[in-house]
Design a protein around this ligand. Structure first.
Ligand code: ACO
Length: 335
């Protein structure tokens, strides 16, 4: 069985924060941020905004483009590291979309690689599990886990949601040519938002001994990152994973119409494009307007590129995600 991309959509919060706005909060400048990252502004959740409704809006837009009714969706994969419920948020999106046939819905957590992982998972479900219409949503609100006093990280992130509809098709129409996925737990120390155990009083046991019970209540720390190490990792591993996916697809790098990387830093995007010899006019980038939106960045950039007419039916896209875990991976797909 084959699978193809038949729709995309995105949604961003209304509140826009410019580099100059950030310079009022931390010791930084528009010039430093633009030169080092390429980012000029980002969107951030505010007021009654929430990630689940943003994700549902992106999904609705993708379904509309695909001309598929929510009732015909049989799987929802919500790729996020910032769910609004510890037990997962995919079911809430299913409810918001009003999918009446109780399609399976679950979350995938793989930070900035989440969307690529979701895309490949969708293909596996279609090829091996008989699923027909799979919604893959990438949505994150890292603004909730950023230390807004840490100028090394708070300037990078924004909130957003993006989605694609992956549909079963015959093998001749198959639009997923090759993929490649990896993780490296050794690198977790370079980028994480680890669990934090809050202090509570120990409980006295019946014989006067102190029990280490109940367990301490937990929350998550703010994002900790060694930017230089993450930069080095991305520039080394992203070209490798794309080369490997191309090899599996039996395609040369020259067959890439568009290079679509996780939008983390323009210098990373440029370095990868140079390594793969992809000219800059075939590189998709919208990082300047949204910053690093984690699992949302690839479907958000894809949606903009499709709706603006840049990416056209039949184009081949090399997409790659990379981030915390560490995780990284790529997919060669046809739009
Ligand atoms: N404004 C002004 N100065 C700053 C800022 C800032 N916002 N941040 C750091 N600096 C200073 C530092 O203090 C340092 O000063 P010093 O030389 O006096 O010590 C100097 O600028 C250089 O700092 P570096 O951290 O070495 O700067 P670098 O060039 O490495 O850029 C950056 C930092 C932009 C974070 C870069 O390393 C990067 O983009 N790394 C990759 C990040 C990334 O892609 N993360 C993916 C996350 S995906 C996920 O899964 C969540």
């Amino acid at each position: 069985k084959g699978c193809k991309l038949v729709g995309c959509g995105s949604a961003v919060p209304a509140l826009q924060i410019s580099n100059d706005d950030l310079a009022k909060v931390v010791d930084t400048s528009d010039e430093w941020i633009s030169v080092r990252t390429g980012i000029r502004k980002r969107r951030v959740l505010s007021g009654s905004d929430n990630l689940t409704s943003l994700a549902a809006e992106a999904a609705r837009n993708a379904l509309q483009m695909a001309e598929v009714n929510p009732d015909d969706v049989d799987l929802i994969l919500m790729c996020t590291s910032t769910p609004e419920d510890l037990f997962g948020s995919a079911s809430q999106i299913q409810r918001a979309l009003g999918c009446k046939r109780n399609p399976l819905a679950y979350d995938i957590t793989a930070a900035c690689s989440g969307f690529i992982l979701g895309l490949i998972s969708a293909a596996c479900h279609i090829r091996g599990g008989g699923f027909h219409n799979v919604l893959v949503i990438g949505a994150d609100a890292l603004s909730r886990y950023v230390d807004w006093t840490d100028r090394g990280t708070c300037i990078l992130f924004g909130d957003a949601a993006g989605a694609v509809l992956v549909q079963a098709c015959n093998t001749e129409e198959d639009g997923l040519f090759g993929f490649d996925l990896h993780s490296d737990g050794e690198g977790q120390r370079h980028l994480n938002a680890s669990i934090k155990e809050n202090e509570t009083d120990n409980v006295l046991g019946t014989n006067g001994s102190v029990l280490d019970f109940p367990p301490r209540r937990s929350s998550y720390s703010c994002i900790q990152m060694n930017g230089k190490e993450v930069f080095r990792f991305a520039v080394r591993c992203v070209p490798q994973t794309i080369e490997s996916a191309l090899e599996k697809a039996g395609l040369p790098a020259s067959s890439i119409d568009w290079l679509l990387l996780h939008q983390a830093n323009q210098r990373i995007i440029d370095a990868v494009a140079t390594r793969l010899e992809v000219p800059s006019d075939r590189v998709i980038s919208n990082l300047a307007n949204y910053g690093n939106t984690s699992a949302a960045s690839i479907p958000l950039a894809l949606d903009e590129a499709v709706r603006s007419g840049k990416v056209k039916a039949g184009h081949t896209i090399a997409a790659a995600g990379f981030g915390a875990g560490l995780t990284w991976g790529s997919a060669i797909v046809r739009w």
